[in-house]
Design a binder for this molecule. Structure first.
Ligand SMILES: [Zn+2]
Length: 217
């Protein structure tokens, strides 16, 4: 009897501790990022605007790239990520333009990036989750975020390679603003740390963020 009570009391202590720490015991989630953080957005729909900064090449077609990226994340998360919104009502404002114009807008000079966010995105810490890769912290983004995509060609002759690089960059940056913190190490992933022409979200990265939306939204 004594032993049984001790086990029960230990279980209760762990449950109380888990509650205090915000850890959902037994919730082993697949983790697919080099970061220890993840986030989500609570609005429905999540409104996204697209705007060119300065003069852009016709082949850049940024609003189409943003619309495609919204479609991909909408399917992955099961959440209405709505493109074509006005900037004043958007939760995520996507800007595209030449590297020089974007560097001026962002206020930082980096000749290597294809896109960027203004980091860190303001957030509310929600708690922790237990994953296959340890305990991770979950945040909620409540504020308007801005993302930037560099047009990689300055002339109007865009080849499919550059269009696909832009597709990957746009979906990648949108992923960050939707809550995907950090990068993957597989160069075929959209959330890989580098720019590559494979622009379709893959199962591991879709699941990484969708499980957070499923659980916390
Ligand atoms: Zn990134």
């Amino acid at each position: 009897m004594k032993i049984k009570r001790k086990v029960l009391s230990l279980a209760l202590t762990m449950a109380v501790l888990s509650g205090i720490m915000g850890v959902n015991a037994g919730a082993s989630m697949n983790w697919y990022s080099g970061s220890n953080r993840v986030a989500f957005r609570n609005t429905s729909p999540i409104r996204v605007s697209a705007q060119n900064l300065g003069t852009v090449s016709p082949g850049f077609n940024f609003s189409a790239r943003v619309a495609e990226s919204c479609t991909q994340w909408r399917a992955a998360l099961g959440v209405n990520v709505a493109s074509g919104q006005t900037a004043s009502s958007a939760h995520i404002r996507a800007y595209g333009g030449s590297r020089a114009v974007i560097e001026r807008a962002v206020g930082e000079y980096n000749t290597t990036y294809a896109g960027t966010n203004i980091n860190p995105i303001p957030h509310v810490t929600i708690g922790n989750i237990s994953t296959t890769d340890g305990v991770k912290s979950v945040r909620r983004y409540d504020t308007v975020s801005e993302m930037y995509v560099v047009q990689l060609r300055t002339e109007s002759s865009w080849h499919s390679h550059y269009i696909n690089l832009t597709r990957q960059t746009t979906t990648h940056e949108l992923g960050h603003t939707l809550g995907y913190v950090g990068h993957t190490t597989n160069d075929q992933d959209v959330m890989y740390g580098g720019n590559q022409p494979q622009f379709t979200l893959r199962n591991n990265e879709k699941r990484h963020l969708s499980q957070i939306y499923d659980r916390f939204r």
